[in-house]
Design a protein around this ligand. Sequence first.
Ligand code: MLT
Length: 247
Amino acid sequence: MKIDVHFEPAAPLPDLTGSTVVVIDVLRATSSMVEALVNGAQGVYPAASTEEAIKLASSLGRDDTILCGEARGLMIEGFDLGNSPLEFSSENVAGKRLVMSTTNGTRVFFLVGDAVTVLACSFMNLSAVAVAAMESDSISVVCAGMEGLFSLDDAVCAGALVQRIRAAVEVDVELNDAAMGAVEMALTFRVNADFLASTSTGQHLVDIGLREDLNICAEIDRYSVVPEMDDRVIQLRAEPAGSSGSA
Ligand code: MLT
């Protein structure tokens, strides 16, 4: 098994054909996707820009489509929801299609090319994604980062994911340098809201009054669900028999 971690999506990604790609954007795109899908959203349609999101929502039909996302952390004018996971309650999203545009996270889903499988991961669904990813012998973990640069929150989540996979498989696991570094970071930092607040992305959210988001984004294994993108839509994988959506 080979696991590569990529800290900066701005850097050219290798050919991901045939691999399982795990997209991580702890603050907050993949955290929000998990919360929305658990609360009954039909699916999440990532958009590469605000303009693309508006066009896509219009083509899907606005009656049961919600425009959500952020620019500089705050809800985009004219959108229905921002990007705080707590906004994605069942009252707001059950039965709805979500078209989401964010600064970093949603754009990564357009970079993964011909990967066989594309999963959305956060601390909130970490172990479930680890179990799903280890079905593949080639895993690429792509961190959304912040405006193309390294993001500590995503890197620690990537390291925690690699740790879980390595602990569960009985084969040798080859790691690239970034994966080895991510594991060490996961061993160094204790994941909680204070840790997230210490990161540059987390500090920005605190500065704009959204510190509460950090509590839910730091909740490891809040749910046991696996969001997977298929034909540009992210939906929950069917639960294995006998399991439940909650952690
Ligand atoms: C991102 O895409 O990096 C996040 O959605 C940013 C945010 O939620 O503020």
